[in-house]
Design a protein around this ligand. Structure first.
Ligand SMILES: *[C@@H]1O[C@H](CO)[C@@H](O)[C@H](O)[C@H]1NC(C)=O
Ligand SMILES: *[C@@H]1O[C@H](CO)[C@@H](O)[C@H](O)[C@H]1NC(C)=O
Ligand SMILES: *[C@@H]1O[C@H](CO)[C@@H](O)[C@H](O)[C@H]1NC(C)=O
Ligand SMILES: *[C@@H]1O[C@H](CO)[C@@H](O)[C@H](O)[C@H]1NC(C)=O
Ligand SMILES: *[C@@H]1O[C@H](CO)[C@@H](O)[C@H](O)[C@H]1NC(C)=O
Ligand SMILES: [Zn+2]
Length: 285
């Protein structure tokens, strides 16, 4: 009896505790990776095809959420999806902020992007001690995460995970609104719930509306292969200017929030995709 009661309690806890996911949702990752795939050099295409498992059939995007699925099996990887910065400062500094909860330096999404970039540079050169398939999937996923504004968020609210809001009539946490809800509502309203239509629309804007910015997005200082500190600095700024702005615990977020934040989401998805391709082209180039 006692055992059964504890079991029931345990199950209750398991099912009732809010599942906090940190990262673009499945569609966000799919979108950034699809955009990147369309911009790869031939050398990068060859390397990606070689590294992907056969069942992926060369489609990197199909596996870009893999790091979210292994977060529990690879428990060490869960701090690598985000960065916590000091509350309300709206700035990011690698030395100050890129660490896990135990204070171990470099264990954040910016450090992970560096880590997996360095590992992938061994591709085709020497026998790597690392699994480069995993390195490719982690890098591709983390390039998405770092562009989700609330992945570089405040420490106390855990990147918006403890801010409870209503997304129209449904309950959600602010973090989830940015991972999934804005993208889902956009797909339903404007793209017949078809992610491919949204990807096409973003790609069209990359070649037209944002054409002037693309080179700057791709750019990295001092011949580096990747510049995660730039992406993270932009991220916390967008978090303050758009994600957190005007939101308090219990806020009801509706059309006004949706319409004004939608362009930011599209723009960050575009940047994430363009930069993932640029990084992979530099790595395998
Ligand atoms: C770097 O990659 C290795 C292999 O996956 C992993 O064990 C380590 O935790 C990673 N560190 C960071 C900061 O990403
Ligand atoms: C590399 O990682 C993938 C995904 O975890 C796994 O399926 C594969 O067996 C690993 N390869 C090697 C050589 O260990
Ligand atoms: C928001 O309210 C909930 C429920 O009262 C509470 O658990 C949570 O900590 C609050 N979050 C913040 C950021 O104050
Ligand atoms: C594309 O750009 C136009 C013009 O700025 C904008 O109205 C539209 O929402 C954008 N669409 C996407 C998917 O970014
Ligand atoms: C790229 O970065 C370099 C060095 O930071 C800078 O000199 C150059 O103007 C940048 N180019 C573009 C297109 O942003
Ligand atoms: Zn993630």
């Amino acid at each position: 009896m006692k055992f059964l009661r504890s079991l029931a309690l345990l199950m209750l806890l398991v099912f009732v505790s809010p599942i906090t996911v940190r990262g673009w949702g499945v569609d966000g990752h799919f979108i950034t990776c699809k955009i990147a795939q369309g911009r790869l050099s031939q050398k990068a295409v060859d390397a990606v095809n070689h590294l992907l498992p056969d069942y992926a059939e060369g489609d990197l995007a199909s596996l870009c959420s893999w790091p979210d699925h292994v977060k529990f099996r690879y428990h060490w990887s869960s701090p690598l999806h985000y960065i916590d910065t000091p509350d309300n400062l709206c700035t990011y500094q690698y030395r100050r902020d890129c660490k896990d909860e135990d204070g171990v330096m470099g264990r954040c999404v910016a450090g992970a992007i560096r880590n997996y970039t360095t590992q992938l540079l061994e591709y085709g050169k020497q026998e790597s001690q690392y699994n480069l398939t995993e390195a490719l999937l982690f890098l591709s996923h983390f390039m998405g995460d770092i562009h989700q504004p609330l992945h570089v968020g405040f420490t106390t609210d855990r990147g918006g995970n403890t801010i409870e809001v209503h997304w129209f009539t449904r309950k959600a946490v602010l973090h989830h609104v940015w991972d999934d809800s804005i993208i889902e509502t956009e797909e339903e309203r404007f793209y017949e719930s078809n992610v491919e239509n949204l990807i096409n629309a973003i790609e069209t804007n990359i070649t037209n509306v944002w054409a002037d910015q693309v080179q700057t997005w791709e750019n990295c200082s001092r011949n580096q292969k990747t510049c995660p500190n730039i992406y993270a600095t932009e991220g916390i700024k967008a978090a303050c200017d758009w994600a957190y702005k005007g939101v308090t615990n219990g806020s009801v977020l509706e059309d006004e929030y949706f319409q004004s934040r939608l362009p930011i989401v599209n723009w960050r998805l575009a940047q994430g995709g363009v930069r993932l391709a640029a990084n992979l082209n530099r790595i395998f180039g």
